[in-house]
Design a protein around this ligand. Structure first.
Ligand code: SF4
Length: 155
């Protein structure tokens, strides 16, 4: 199995085998894979593209972790620049975006060391109650891991 064989099959619109798919999955050259995917995408859909119009919500920037690359997080509510929005404050902050036609809330933020899991549930419940038609896309893997440790629930 190699790039040449797979590239030829993609350009000839031939279906890849399961093994070829696994081989591609194990390759590190994602740009090369992306270029091949683009060949197929253009064949199927031409110049049409899909956009998701969403509104990012970062409920708090107070975080128990200190990732080296992060300039967003603050270590406590007392640090300069720290903020935490209470769940009932959030709908008014995003209402204008909903009226402008967003279809999704993308929720990600700090791992607040004191608010507890209920706070995060409350954020989701409040948004879903207020805007039931908006899709919720919430939390990264590190947040899910944090919640699991907070609650002793599985991931
Ligand atoms: S977990 Fe997220 S918010 Fe917290 S320090 Fe890391 S990147 Fe920043």
């Amino acid at each position: 199995m190699n790039w040449n064989t797979i590239t030829e099959k993609v350009h000839a619109a031939e279906r890849l085998t399961y093994e070829e798919g696994v081989w591609l999955f194990e390759q590190r050259d994602v740009i090369k894979i992306g270029k091949l995917a683009q060949v197929v995408r253009r064949r199927l859909h031409g110049d049409k593209v899909y956009f998701n119009k969403n509104r990012h919500i970062n409920p708090t920037n107070v975080c128990a972790l200190h990732c080296n690359f992060c300039s967003f997080a603050r270590t406590s509510d007392n640090e300069a620049g720290a903020y935490t929005h209470m769940p009932n404050q959030i709908p008014d902050k995003v209402r204008a975006a909903v009226e402008a036609g967003v279809r999704e809330f993308h929720i990600v933020g700090g791992l607040h060391p004191e608010l507890g899991f209920e706070y995060y549930l409350d954020v989701l419940e409040t948004l879903k109650r207020e805007f039931p038609h908006i899709h919720l896309k919430a939390f990264t893997a590190v947040e899910i891991d944090f919640f699991a440790k907070l609650t002793n629930l599985s991931h």
